[in-house]
Write a protein that binds this ligand. Structure first.
Ligand SMILES: Cc1cc2nc3c(=O)[nH]c(=O)nc-3n(C[C@H](O)[C@H](O)[C@H](O)COP(=O)(O)OP(=O)(O)OC[C@H]3O[C@@H](n4cnc5c(N)ncnc54)[C@H](O)[C@@H]3O)c2cc1C
Length: 466
């Protein structure tokens, strides 16, 4: 690309101020990475806008010069995203846009700028006696609301409240060509931002999980729920996987627990070691009576399925005081080669068998390269999210190479053989998903992308789109 970088930088400085434009190699290098074991291109320019209008001006400029733009929240992703997938690009770091715009108790909603982290929002809301139900993904201390909505994040609170998209009432979006729109009820000049539906098609949904390819989200309105008054945790031990899945299904179907999942402790013990499989989670209620009744329902299911009640233990460790802190940005034994995919609970067993078979196939290498394998799951809505991990010591190039191979081999099994639904797609998983779309669906995606982003400047390279 014959880009006069000095002219572009000068124009960007005029928009956001010189102190928020960087071209130094050291700074740009940092922005070539997320938390995965892969690397993107080193961008030419970093900018840190402060307002929606600045974002809009930057998008118009990028169209003029045809510069690829990669919006970035915390880049706490595990599949190469929020980083350049094309050379000579610009990264737009949105973390300066971290204000709470409107706390609206009356319509039980909060509007925030999308660069705010889940941790910042959670703390601010707690003081007022509210929370968002779903309170963010694993790295919530650093990951942003904008990043989470862009990938439909799940985890804390997902068993009851679903994904980041499910608590989103509306968005403010800067389209790739620079126009600013509001979705949900705010699309109407006089309306408040109190509901998502009723103004025609669900435009908010178009941008949820779009991986940031259709627009830059600058504000989001989220649902509010009063803080629960009674909270408790549970852990039940099972020796047999089928029974564990059966019990988990019955517990998930109640849609009572805010957090619910199970772990296989065969490689990494995480809780009481007496049992291989541990169902664990959290119940949040509005009174002690309600809490006791709900907890009893779980205990009854465990009793009927021969699960042993192990008290709060693992449930409390994962969803208690250490909320967010349990997930370091890199794994305990190396960087993550992780996937996370949604399947019906009944399909979990097939994936478990495939994960175990892969470990058997590469038993020697896994040992030699000191790779740790973890089988972790959690419920989101009616699905189970399966998060198999290879923790890879990246300081040894041979371990890294082998880790990369085994990680991608498993992704192929998940996406191509099992049709697993990943939500954070990035380059690594997104390429495979794009190859598995129904042809007519992929055409539809391309048509929407072309209509909104005629110069193909926003997040190019994701979903194999240009
Ligand atoms: C240790 C660890 C644990 C994790 N656990 C979970 C988990 O439990 N659940 C889960 O869902 N994920 C998890 N993740 C993945 C990831 O952290 C989350 O999905 C997170 O929500 C990403 O947010 P972010 O701010 O880091 O977004 P980024 O990585 O910066 O961006 C993600 C994508 O969204 C785009 N984007 C970002 N902000 C905007 C915006 N404002 N407008 C338009 N596009 C934008 C980017 O271009 C990129 O394509 C984990 C990651 C790590 C490292």
């Amino acid at each position: 690309m014959s880009l006069d970088i000095k002219v572009v930088v000068k124009s960007l400085e005029n928009i956001v101020g010189p102190e928020y434009v960087a071209t130094e190699r050291e700074i740009c290098y940092v922005y070539s990475q997320d938390c995965s074991i892969e690397k993107g291109y080193i961008p030419d320019i970093i900018i840190r806008p402060n307002t929606t209008e600045e974002v809009s001006e930057v998008m118009k400029l990028a169209n003029e010069y045809k510069v690829p733009i990669y919006p970035r929240g915390a880049a706490a992703s595990l599949v190469l995203m929020g980083v350049p997938l094309k050379p000579h690009s610009l990264v737009m770091d949105l973390t300066r846009m971290n204000r709470i715009v409107e706390f609206d108790e009356e319509s039980m909603s909060v509007t925030v700028e999308t660069g705010i982290t889940w941790g910042e929002l959670e703390l601010a809301l707690k003081e007022k006696g509210w929370y968002t139900g779903f309170i963010g993904p694993g790295p919530g201390y650093s990951s942003t609301i904008g990043g989470a909505i862009s990938v439909c994040s799940v985890y804390y609170g997902s068993a009851k409240y679903g994904t980041a998209a499910d608590i989103t009432l509306g968005l403010e979006v800067v389209l790739p060509t620079g126009e600013i729109i509001r979705t949900g009820s705010a699309a109407l000049e006089k309306a408040k931002r109190h509901t998502r539906y009723g103004i025609g098609f669900d435009a908010t949904g178009l941008f949820c999980g779009d991986q940031g390819i259709l627009g830059v989200k600058t504000q989001a309105t989220l649902k509010l729920f009063p803080l629960p008054k009674a909270i408790g945790f549970f852990t039940f031990g099972y020796e047999d996987l089928d029974t564990c899945h059966k019990a988990l299904y019955q517990m998930a179907a109640l849609h009572i627990a805010s957090d619910l999942g199970y772990v296989d402790q065969i490689k990494v013990p995480m809780g009481p070691r007496k049992y291989r499989y541990l169902i664990h989670g959290k119940i949040e209620s509005h009174s002690d009576e309600e809490f006791t009744a709900q907890m009893n329902l779980f205990k009854e299911i465990a009793k009927k399925t021969n699960g042993e009640d192990l008290g709060p233990s693992l449930g409390k460790l994962l969803f208690g005081d250490m909320v967010y802190e349990y997930f370091p940005m890199a794994g305990a034994f190396g960087n993550y080669g992780a996937t996370c995919n949604k399947v019906p609970i009944a399909q979990a067993k097939v994936l478990h068998e495939k994960f175990m078979a892969l470990q058997e196939k590469y038993e020697e290498e896994i040992k030699k390269y000191n790779i740790l394998t973890v089988w972790y799951t959690f419920i989101s809505g009616s699905c189970i999210d399966i998060l198999p991990q290879f923790q890879i010591p990246v300081d040894n190039p041979e371990s890294l190479e082998f880790g990369r191979k085994i990680w991608k081999e498993f992704i192929d099994k998940e996406v191509r053989e099992e049709g697993c639904i990943h939500y954070w797609l990035g380059k690594v998983i997104g390429d495979r998903v794009a190859e598995c779309y129904q042809p007519s669906y992929y055409e539809f995606v391309k048509r929407i992308k072309s209509a909104l982003d005629p110069n193909r400047i926003l997040n190019p390279g994701l979903l194999k789109l240009w």
